[in-house]
Design a binder for this molecule. Structure first.
Ligand code: HEM
Ligand code: HEM
Length: 184
C-alpha cells in the first residue's frame, strides 16, 4: 500500500511558486498601468499583464490536471475543524480565481475589441463580439475579483506564517524546495 504523501512534490511546488510570482506581478503591472494616460507605455504594460495572465490560465489548467493525479498531503492532525475548513475553502477559492481572473480579463479585452497576444508570439481568439456594456460589466467583475483574490492571498500568507512561526508544524516547509519538514 502506498503511504499518503507528507510533502508537496517538486512539480506541485514549482506550479505553486511560479503561479504565486506571476499573480504578484499581475498586481504590480496593473498598478503601474492604472494611473498612466492611454499611450504606448500603458499599452505595453497591459500587454505584459495580459501575457502573464494567460500564462496563469495555462498553468492553472496544467496544475489542476496534475493535482487530480497527485493528491496533496493531508492537513496537520492538530488543526481545529474551523481552521481545516478555512484552509480547504481558501485553496478551492484560489483555484476558482486562477481561472476566473484570466477569463474575465480575456472576455473584457474581447468586448473592447483589444487583441490578447501572448508575448507577441500569437494572438488568442476573441471570446465575444465587441460590446461596450459587456466591457464595463467585465471590467467591474475583473476589478472586484482581484480584490477578493488579494484578500484571500493576504489570509493565505498570514496562515502560512502562523503555521510556521506559531504552530511550528512544518506546513510552510512542505511547500518549500530543499527543505524537510520537522513535525514536533
Ligand atoms: C491571474 C490573472 C490576473 C490578475 C491577478 C489580474 C489582476 C488585475 C488587477 C488587480 C487589475 C486592476 C484592476 C483595477 O484597478 O481596476 C487588472 C486590470 C486589468 N486586467 Fe487583469 N488580471 C489578470 C489577468 C488578466 C488577463 C488574462 C487579461 C487579458 C487578457 C487582463 C486584462 C486586464 C486589463 C485590460 C486591465 C485594465 C482594466 C482597466 O482599464 O481598468 N487581466 N487586472
Ligand atoms: C498569491 C499567490 C499565491 C497563490 C495563488 C497560492 C495558492 C495556493 C494553493 C492553491 C494552494 C493549495 C495547493 C494544493 O493543495 O493544491 C497553496 C498551498 C500553500 N501555499 Fe500558497 N499561494 C500563494 C502564495 C503563497 C505564499 C506567498 C506563501 C508563503 C508565505 C504560500 C504558502 C503556501 C503553503 C505553505 C501551502 C501548503 C498548505 C498545506 O500544506 O496545506 N503561498 N497555495
Amino acid at each position: 500500500m502506498r503511504h499518503p504523501p507528507t510533502r508537496y512534490g517538486a512539480v506541485a511546488q514549482a506550479f505553486h511558486w511560479i503561479i504565486a510570482a506571476l499573480v504578484v506581478s499581475q498586481f504590480v503591472l496593473a498598478r503601474l498601468a492604472d494611473p498612466l494616460p492611454l499611450g504606448l507605455h500603458k499599452l505595453t504594460l497591459l500587454a505584459r499583464h495580459k501575457s502573464f495572465g494567460m500564462t496563469v490560465l495555462m498553468l492553472a489548467v496544467l496544475r489542476l490536471l496534475w493535482r487530480l493525479g497527485h493528491a496533496p498531503p493531508g492537513l496537520p492532525a492538530g488543526m481545529r475543524p474551523v481552521e481545516a475548513w478555512l484552509a480547504r475553502a481558501t485553496h478551492a477559492a484560489f483555484y476558482v480565481l486562477l481561472f476566473a481572473m484570466p477569463l474575465s480579463g480575456w472576455l473584457m479585452s474581447s468586448a473592447k475589441n483589444y487583441s490578447v497576444s501572448w508575448f507577441d508570439w500569437f494572438t488568442w481568439p476573441d471570446l465575444i463580439a465587441p460590446n461596450e456594456r459587456a466591457f464595463e460589466l467585465l471590467r467591474g467583475t475583473h476589478d472586484a475579483l482581484s480584490k477578493v483574490l488579494f484578500a484571500i492571498a493576504v489570509l493565505h500568507i498570514l496562515a502560512a506564517l502562523k503555521h510556521h512561526f506559531w504552530n511550528r508544524d512544518g506546513v510552510l516547509l512542505r511547500m518549500l524546495p530543499f527543505t524537510s519538514e520537522k513535525t514536533p
